[in-house]
Every structure is written in C-alpha cells, then in structure tokens.
Design a protein around this ligand. Structure first.
Ligand SMILES: Cc1ncc(COP(=O)(O)O)c(C=O)c1O
Length: 392
C-alpha cells in the first residue's frame, strides 16, 4: 500500500542526503559539479540541467500529484510556458474562460502572435470544449476551481472530450492543490502549479511546476526546461520543499477558515454573490463533492458599492493584507479588476463576471474569530463613505 499524501509530502524524494546523512534535504547552492573524468560524474553537471535540491522537489511534487515525472520552474507562468512549448504555429487551444489574468496574458500576448490560436469557453460545460475543438486542436486548458470566480470544470468529463479529439488536457491545480484534487487520476495529461501559492504556502517564494505521467511529454518538457532555463534556484526549491511538508495540515485549516468566512459573508447584508464550494448556494456543489476532497481557503464575493466600496473595504482591514497572490499562512484580499485580472480588457472581464466590486479573499490560518471581526469592521467601513466636512 502506498503512503498517504501527508506522509509523502514529508518524505517523497527526501531521503537522508547520500553525501552526509543530513535528514533534511540540503540546499545545494552550486552552479556546477566537479566531474571525475571525461564523461564521468555523479549525476549532475550544471544546475540549469539538474540540481539535487530541485530534484528532491520535483520527485516530491510528482509523488503528490500521482504522476511519474515532475519539473520545477522559476514561476507558475514559466511552468505554463513550458506546457505551451509543446505547441507549434497553427495549433489550437481550447481554454476555460475564467483564468488567472497572467495566464490569459501569456496566451494572448506571447503565444497568439507566434501563431497559436486560442478559444475560450465556459468551463462549467464540459461539452463546450469538444464543440470548440478543430482539427488543429492540441490542448485543452483548465483552472479548477478557477481564479477568481471559483467555477469548476468536470475534469473527468473534459478529459473524455480531449481524448475524443486527440488533444491533451492540462489542469492548473494551484487553487485545490493535490491535497484536495488529483487531476491526473481523473484523466488529465498534465498538471500545472504556481508553487508560489499553497504549495510553498508562506508567501516567501515564487515558483512553478509541471507534473505528468507521460514519459515522452516529460522528456520534451525537460529538454525545454534545460534549453529555456527558467528554473528555480536551489534555495527557492528548498523553500517550496519545506512548505510542502505541512501542506496537508495547512489545507485542512485553510478549508475550515474558508468555510467559516464564506458562511459569515453569506449571512451578511453588505456582502453579495458569495462563492465558496462549502455553501449550500454553491451552484456546482455535487461536482465539488465528487471531484474534490476539500474546498480550500479562497472565497470570492461582491460589494454592492462597486469600486469605491472595494477601496474603502481594503483600507479598513487590519489582518487581511491588501495584496496580490494567495495561499500563504496569512490572509490576503485582492481586487481582481485592478490587480490579478487587470490584464484582461475591461469589457471582457465584466462579461466573465468580474465586477468592479468583486473581491477575492485568500483566507489564511489565523484564528477564525479574528478574521470575522476584521471583515465585520471593514464591511461597515465599506458601506459608510466618509461624509464631506459640513460647510461653515
Ligand atoms: C491559478 C494560477 N495559476 C498560475 C499563476 C501564475 O503563477 P506565478 O505568479 O507563480 O507565475 C497564478 C498566479 O497568481 C495563479 O493564481
């Protein structure tokens, strides 16, 4: 019987150091390796190609996602670019239409000018992927839950659509993490991560990863990784590895606090359109329960007062930091329209359901009661613009 996820997060790829017996994987802060002689070395030649700290991280990530092969990159965007490197001019991608803004920007401003074509569909309908496919379609791309509206795609159903047209399915599993969702087991070909988020877990490192069970795809991605060179340094790889050790316990607490915040907001008269899969009002509840083993700490909602109310809200918060990113131990709030999703044209953003009053919370690991008190105060401040001074 294979070990459980919490065990693998602590041990996979992280045996005692063969050189010294160090229990914790050392930070091999070296660019190069002394070789024994011509064509004779201990498995490492140069750290863009391979580094033992990065190799430990890659093995651990592969184990957590249930894929044979993992590759670590310098950022989530670099990992996404690696997957896109499998495409050629004229190839076509069908992607879900609620995506991290930087992924959309990479598709539209880097890959489209190189001749790759993209069609966006509502990912809540798996059949939409098949309908949008063309003879040139090579890749389906999903984020589930999506950023920021927490919409789900049925991974197994979309994987079926992909197989039917001979395309690969890549799933960005950043929000759910392997602790709560296993895309490869559901039929995806590739899993992508921004390890900057829950996997690193402490908002102190930027990184990315691609995991696959397909040896040929892995070889192509590894060649790309070595050629393009967007690798994490040894210390960054080590920070993610250290973060992974507590992934299972952190995710449980993120999910518990996320559900508490969502329940609070959904009862609050000043918050609208609260989205979290734990809520009875969540429209894809059955799929969430079938596909995920936990619902995470991301909560999205809307303030009826639009951009001005959002501005007052974020200024009034005491514990939630007003910041990009997510998935760290501390709670964050982000205004997608002006931050993470500013790269999407205004009309397109509104069409996708991101309003000027939409706010995205990354609920951290603080005491839930303190977070609710912080939100209560900021909701009051959001509703009450400071009155102009009375005329003398
Ligand atoms: C879902 C998702 N995927 C990918 C990325 C890109 O990752 P990075 O910022 O590490 O390049 C992000 C960043 O916010 C994200 O939220």
């Amino acid at each position: 019987m294979s070990d459980g996820l919490a065990t693998r997060a602590i041990h996979a790829g992280q045996g005692a150091d063969p050189a010294t017996g160090a229990t914790i994987t050392p930070i091999y802060q070296t660019s190069t390796y002394t070789q024994q002689g011509l064509e004779s070395h201990l498995g490492y030649e140069y750290s863009r190609t391979g580094n033992p700290t990065r190799a430990a991280l890659e093995a651990c990530l592969a184990s957590l996602e249930g894929g044979a092969h993992g590759l670590a990159f310098a950022s989530g965007c670099a990992a996404t670019a690696a997957v896109l490197s499998l495409l050629r001019p004229g190839d076509h991608v069908v992607a879900g239409d609620d995506l991290y803004g930087g992924t959309y920007r990479l598709f539209e401003t880097v890959w489209r000018p190189l001749g790759v074509e993209f069609t966006y569909v509502d990912q809540r309908a798996a059949a939409a992927f098949g309908r949008a496919a063309r003879p040139t379609t090579r890749l389906f791309w999903l984020e589930t839950p999506s950023n920021p509206l927490l919409r789900l795609a049925d991974i197994a159903a979309v994987a079926g659509e992909a197989r039917a047209v001979g395309a690969r399915l890549a799933v960005d599993n950043t929000f759910a993490t392997p602790a709560f969702q296993q895309p490869l087991a559901l039929g995806a070909d590739l899993v992508v991560h921004s390890t900057t988020k829950y996997l690193g877990g402490h908002s102190d490192v930027v990184g990315g990863a691609v995991i696959t069970g397909d040896a040929d795809v892995h070889e192509r991605l590894k060649a790309y990784q070595n050629s393009a060179g967007g690798v994490p340094g040894p210390f960054d790889a080590w920070l993610v590895l250290r973060g992974l050790k507590t992934l299972a316990v952190r995710m449980e607490r993120h999910a518990r606090n996320g559900a508490a915040v969502a329940a609070f907001l959904s009862r609050h008269p000043r918050a609208r359109d609260v989205v979290h899969p734990s809520l009875a009002s969540y429209p894809q509840r059955e799929l969430a329960e079938r596909q995920m083993s936990g619902f995470g700490g991301m909560v999205t909602f809307r303030l009826p007062g639009g951009r001005a109310a959002a501005g007052r809200f974020v200024r009034a918060l005491r514990l939630f930091s007003f910041a990009e990113s997510l998935g760290g131990v501390e709670s964050l709030v982000c205004h997608p329209a002006t931050m993470t999703h500013a790269a999407i044209p205004d009309a397109e953003r509104r069409r996708r359901g991101i309003a000027p009053g939409t706010l995205r919370l990354s609920v951290g690991l603080e005491d839930a009661a303190d977070l609710l008190a912080d939100l209560e105060g900021a909701l009051a401040a959001a509703a009450a613009p400071v009155a102009p001074a009375a005329a003398p």
